[in-house]
Design a protein around this ligand. Structure first.
Ligand SMILES: Nc1ncnc2c1ncn2[C@@H]1O[C@H](COP(=O)(O)OP(=O)(O)OP(=O)(O)O)[C@@H](O)[C@H]1O
Ligand SMILES: [Mg+2]
Length: 287
């Protein structure tokens, strides 16, 4: 009985939610370990604090670990989406504060090797989410695999995370070049993570602005800067997002500023293509 009531409640919540327009964001980086997953998770929780409904897809197909950052052992993951008996609602895991996520599954590499039938199943499942969430975040793997590129190009916006280290900046630029070489791509905004001062954050963004403008004639945006903060590592060790475990830390304050900036100013005036746009762009990319 309880189960039935719960199902009904969930069904009702879903039907109320379906009027939303969904914005898809791919979070990516050139170099690994620059803080993508921590940013994605805490940014999602920041959006939730502001009343948004958010779903994260862990599409770091080799090294998925979003669940570890929340101390959750997922029962289902992305690969289960391909099994006809599951709906997308069976696969979504619940995180803290109403956050929902689809855990990554290793072995899901090589999207283009999925046969037509499997792809259709995957896209049908994803389409079920249209209008369900305000924001869907893809936590992609570092570097430029073909799968990550597909997720980036099919999203409404790309957030590119870099730290001020020269290696991270160079690798971020390689990603920018790769995206730029595509016939069409969504806008890119930078997230400078682990800045030791506002000035260092600004200088890092400035370097990428300058080279992108000079060599690619391409304008980048910035979402903002996140400070280097030892509370991030503490929270990771405790497997609790820092926004919740250390809400007064500098990193948490930084996330809140980025959330306000994001909600205040969209990357482009165009309406998000949402999941339908995503699926048609993904189809075009895979073929
Ligand atoms: N703002 C920060 N201040 C201090 N340390 C940080 C910060 N952001 C990330 N870190 C450190 O970097 C580590 C890696 O972060 P995270 O797992 O989010 O990176 P990632 O880019 O997702 O890595 P991968 O490429 O392996 O997916 C964290 O465990 C933490 O120790
Ligand atoms: Mg990660």
């Amino acid at each position: 009985m309880d189960d039935q009531a719960k199902q009904l409640r969930e069904l009702l919540q879903r039907s109320q939610a379906f009027a939303r327009s969904t914005r898809l964001i791919a979070v990516t980086s050139g170099k690994g370990g620059v803080g993508k997953s921590n940013f994605t998770l805490n940014f999602a929780l920041g959006l939730i604090e502001k009343g948004q409904k958010v779903v994260i897809f862990d599409v770091d197909l080799g090294l998925a670990n979003l669940d570890v950052l929340m101390g959750i052992s997922p029962k289902k993951h992305l690969l289960h989406l391909l099994e006809p008996q599951h709906s997308v609602w069976d696969i979504i895991e619940k995180g803290p504060n109403g956050l929902e996520f689809i855990a990554g599954g290793s072995g899901f590499t090589q999207l283009q090797n999925l046969d037509e039938q499997k792809l259709q199943i995957l896209f049908d499942r994803l389409a079920e989410l249209q209008g369900y969430a305000d924001t869907i975040l893809f936590d992609t793997g570092a570097g430029i695999s073909r799968e990550s590129l597909g997720f980036m190009l099919a999203s409404d916006e790309i957030l590119l995370v870099t730290t001020p280290e020269p290696t991270s900046i160079t690798d971020a630029y390689a990603v920018i070049k790769m995206i730029h070489s595509q016939p069409k791509h969504p806008p890119i905004r930078l997230v400078i993570n682990r800045a030791t001062s506002v000035q260092e954050g600004k200088n890092t963004a400035e370097k990428l602005f300058t080279v992108s403008k000079r060599f690619l004639n391409m304008e980048l945006g910035t979402l903002g800067y996140l400070p280097d903060d030892s509370f991030v590592s503490k929270a990771v060790k405790q497997q609790k997002p820092f926004l919740l475990s250390y809400p007064h830390s500098q990193a948490a304050k930084g996330i809140k500023e980025l959330v306000n900036g994001y909600l205040g100013k969209a990357a482009s005036p165009e309406l998000p293509g949402g999941l339908r746009g995503f699926i048609s762009k993904m189809r075009g990319f895979i073929k």
